[in-house]
Design a protein around this ligand. Sequence first.
Ligand SMILES: CCCCC/C=C\C/C=C\C/C=C\C/C=C\CCCC(=O)SCCNC(=O)CCNC(=O)[C@H](O)C(C)(C)COP(=O)(O)OP(=O)(O)OC[C@H]1O[C@@H](n2cnc3c(N)ncnc32)[C@H](O)[C@@H]1OP(=O)(O)O
Length: 224
Amino acid sequence: MTVDAHPDTEIPDPRDFGLAVVAEEDLSDEALALVQEVRALVDTVAHTRAGADDLAAARAAVAEARARLDGPRHDVGTMVRHSFPDGRVEWGTLTNAVAGPTNPLAMPLRLERAEDGDLRGTTVLNGVYQGPPGLVHGGWLAAVLDQALGSAANAAGMPGLTANLDVNYRRPTPLNTPVEVSARVTGTERRKVFVAAEIRHNGEVTAEGTAIMVRIGLPGDSGS
Ligand SMILES: CCCCC/C=C\C/C=C\C/C=C\C/C=C\CCCC(=O)SCCNC(=O)CCNC(=O)[C@H](O)C(C)(C)COP(=O)(O)OP(=O)(O)OC[C@H]1O[C@@H](n2cnc3c(N)ncnc32)[C@H](O)[C@@H]1OP(=O)(O)O
């Protein structure tokens, strides 16, 4: 098994798969502010103890907002292009459940390459992601790890699909507080990309995962 972050084939371009692409810098401030407001709204709705009058008024206001937005939509599968100053580009799904910039359900998770080569980022999982009292649901932790693992392969120029995901929960992960996420490629073997990731709270690992990502073949590739 080799550890090689340099792909030996061209990086897949979503347009070659017939997918629409939007540039991250073209997402409007208004759209991003709305996403943030709705994210906060979901947490508020989940926890409110408001009375019937306020609940009814809020429902009407939300219904009106939804009707106002019920027009043209991005196609499912639309990708968002992130351009780096050095000319490198990366793609992600616009409404990705963990990192999609327009998805109010996404935490969101933003990962950047650190000096040691790992992807690192900080996120906060609010009460919407609750499992045991006050703690993050294990399924959502797996989702955060899966995203970080996929992003590590993607950032190394080897985007793929998760074939196998192995998660260990070491300590309870608290809600509503920053947690650090890190991920890296640990090896490659043919189309398989081996990746590892951790979630830490106050420097202590609360959950860790490894995965095998199988690289996406280019249209027309032999797949080897
Ligand atoms: C879709 C095209 C989009 C194009 C977009 C362009 C750019 C993309 C940019 C960014 C997007 C990327 C990342 C985003 C970040 C994170 C997202 C989170 C990740 C996910 O949320 S992702 C959803 C869940 N995921 C699935 O929905 C996969 C369902 N599944 C399959 O689609 C197939 O199952 C597949 C493709 C995995 C393999 O199928 P296949 O036919 O292509 O390949 P094959 O079976 O030949 O396996 C090849 C080698 O992998 C080994 N292998 C296979 N399976 C294994 C297993 N389970 N355990 C251990 N080893 C395994 C074999 O043993 C062989 O190994 P060997 O080389 O040694 O023989």
